[in-house]
Design a protein around this ligand. Sequence first.
Ligand code: NAP
Length: 243
Amino acid sequence: MKEIAIVTGASRGIGREIAKTLARKGIKVIANYNKSKEKAEQLQEELKKENIEIDIVQADVSKREEIKKIIKYALEKYNKIDILVNNAGISEYKLVTEETDEDWNRIINNNLYSAFAMCQEVIPNMIYNKKGCIINISSIWGLVGSSMEVIYSISKAGIDGLTKALAKELGPSNIRVNSIAPGLINTDMNNNLSVNDKLQLENEIPLGRIGESSDVAKCVSWLIEDNYITGQVISVDGGWIIT
Ligand code: NAP
């Protein structure tokens, strides 16, 4: 039977490219979306033209009950989950003094709680099968912090903590857990940047370009193929942040 992967936030940007890449590798993908139903349906149609079937499941992964919907769907249809990619996330630019408790709850729930709760829900099945690969999409800002993105940076640092702790707890069950920390990737999340901003940022990146979603998806694909890497935070950033 094919490997089964859940990719959260797969309607747009990085998650969409991850879903495509895994599906084209022959993995059965359950692509989660929240608000962008049409985009998720387009993705399903696009792959259908290549004779590839994927499932799309609507759920707001910042909420436990909705996460359970995805897991129920996967287990009823396929009886197992081999791969989980926690990609869904949001960002916000604000001075720290302007951040509210509402901002805190929204960003932490969407970026960090979602990954934690998704892991909690898939892990029993992975432990039962003694097999699993979890990839959490964090950010270089979780490693080095970003001005005017304090809560976002905290959420991503939290994801890396989750990755390391889970890698230790789940290693004996043959479940690997890693983070990918993208740098600047060309998606809707960076629509606020002007052409000039982008040119300036490109000058700061040793490889001289902004990343594409496919750069991240390739790393996901490679981590899935591997079987001895766990507990790592792998930057995909063109060398922007070298620690
Ligand atoms: P994006 O283009 O804004 O897409 C975000 C995706 O996340 C959408 O598919 C959205 O789904 C989904 N999503 C958000 N909240 C959700 C929720 N509560 N439940 C389910 N899905 C949800 O962003 P992106 O650039 O692809 O970012 C993907 C991940 O990479 C994020 O975790 C982000 O923090 C991280 N990252 C991005 C960059 C970058 O430069 N782009 C850099 C570092 C890290 P709907 O549209 O269906 O609601």
